[in-house]
Write a protein that binds this ligand. Structure first.
Ligand SMILES: Nc1ncnc2c1ncn2[C@@H]1O[C@H](COP(=O)(O)OP(=O)(O)OP(=O)(O)O)[C@@H](O)[C@H]1O
Length: 426
């Protein structure tokens, strides 16, 4: 089903994203010799995540903030879901566009519930509807409403504050979410978790998300599309992560990707995307010799010991099994486990640390799903690279530098920008 056909009924039915068109937009700051954004036409497809990356000062934040008019464009139009919002009242516009900044930007003197419910309150929702929406969103971001709704931001971890920031931006169900380096202030592990959660949330809400980051790996992991900017918001490449990695448009993009493009491919695929190996399972209390026979019959090397809720507890080799009579009740704290939503990169990390060359994969409620090994990961990279090379250009959104005087109809080359449209770059 296309994102634009999701029905809008009540607060719980998420509105799918709306297309954003940044149409021939220029930004000149007073007293600056050159425009910060020299002239850009950028189509952000509905329901997709578009990442803006580029060196410091290239105009990412300026471009982002012109969408919700926290910064007024000097020239050009912003069109949201087909509606020209360039001259609309800015406050009203911003109630239609969720905005997430570093550390969540929460109001410290307000509870989590009040923070999340702020825009709905401004929109005149009644108390019960706001309370229901707050709980629904806390559920969505995996924070127990009963525990967290009455807390103050200082009583939350950095990662939790950031998640509440996302919930607040989603509160009034806006079609568009703007995210300005939202995960810049948290440690790498929390960051990875927040990224995974955003992917999960987006799979449910399907908003149009524009996301500014310094981190190319983050762009590859989260983006449906990536815009690589150079100074003055010049679009150097606007393409899928797969294609940017497989075919960087210039040396500038290559330098931005950094080393290890092959490894970065691993952040594109998730454990969910590959076929897992089956495994032999046993329970504490099972006879070790019988279990060993099952392992041998299956021609496996290991057995996974699971608890009564199917959560992995031990991973025993044939040799370990042969030395015991009964499988004990014990949890190995060092089990290499990855969730099914983890990227292949995360899976590989787990395998390498464990030196097992494989990892156990768990799904909902930590239930064991199967085993992933290094070979599976390598096959997936090769397949991803081939798919990227063969991908069609048909659905590419528009991304050109229009210059301050050029029009959209003009070929990008005439605006003096040699690396204008996504089409031209291929
Ligand atoms: N309020 C302002 N007044 C004058 N110049 C500004 C203003 N805000 C930004 N600039 C300039 O505009 C250019 C683009 O800034 P912008 O913040 O959009 O870049 P950025 O790519 O988001 O940078 P960073 O990655 O460092 O956050 C920079 O040269 C910056 O110095």
């Amino acid at each position: 089903m296309s994102n634009t056909t999701v029905p809008v009924s009540d607060s719980s039915a998420e509105v799918a994203g709306a297309e954003i068109m940044i149409d021939q937009v220029v930004k000149r700051y007073p007293g600056q010799a050159k425009p910060a954004v020299e002239g850009i036409t950028l189509q952000i497809p509905a329901g997709k995540i578009v990442m803006l990356v580029g060196p410091s000062g290239c105009g990412k934040t300026t471009t982002l903030k012109m969408i919700n008019r926290l910064i007024e464009p000097s020239e050009g139009r912003i069109v949201l879901g087909g509606e020209d919002v360039t001259n609309m009242n800015g406050d009203e516009l911003r109630r239609r566009i969720g905005y997430v900044i570093q550390a969540g930007g929460l109001f410290p003197h307000m509870t989590v519930a009040t923070n999340i419910g702020m825009v709905p309150k401004m929109l005149g929702w009644d108390k019960q509807r706001i309370a229901d929406r707050v709980d629904e969103l806390l559920d969505l971001i995996s924070l127990d409403p009963a525990v967290y709704r009455d807390r103050y931001p200082k009583e939350l971890s950095g990662g939790q504050q950031q998640r509440v920031g996302v919930a607040r931006a989603l509160a009034a169900n806006p079609p568009v979410l703007l995210m300005d380096e939202p995960f810049g202030a948290v440690d790498p592990i929390t960051r990875q978790r927040l990224q995974d959660e955003l992917i999960h949330i987006q799979s449910e809400v399907k908003k149009t998300i524009v996301f500014v980051t310094h981190d190319f790996d983050e762009a590859v992991k989260l983006g449906d599309w990536i815009v690589v900017f150079s100074e003055g918001a010049e679009i150097v490449q606007y393409d899928t992560p797969e294609r940017i990695l497989a075919e960087p448009a210039s040396e500038f993009v290559e330098s931005f990707i950094g080393s290890g493009a092959g490894l970065k491919q691993l952040t594109l695929a998730r454990v969910d995307d590959v076929e897992l190996h089956d495994c032999v399972r046993a329970r504490p209390g099972d006879n070790a010799k019988d279990t060993l026979r099952l392992v041998e019959e299956a021609r496996h090397e290991h057995v996974v010991v699971v608890d009564d809720r199917d959560r992995p507890r031990q991973w025993l080799t044939r040799r370990q099994l042969s030395r015991i009579n009964v499988i004990e009740e014990h949890t190995d704290p060092k089990l290499p486990i990855v969730g099914n939503r983890a990227t292949l990169n995360d899976a590989l990390d787990t395998m390498l640390v464990s030196s097992a060359g494989a990892a156990l994969v768990t799904g909902n409620r930590d239930k064991l799903l199967g085993v992933i090994d290094v070979e599976t990961v390598m096959t997936a990279i090769t397949a991803a690279r081939e798919a990227a090379a063969n991908a069609s250009d048909e659905d590419s959104p528009i991304g050109i530098n229009t210059g301050s005087i050029a029009t959209v109809d003009e070929p990008a080359g005439q605006s003096g920008n040699e690396t204008g449209s996504a089409e031209e770059l291929r």
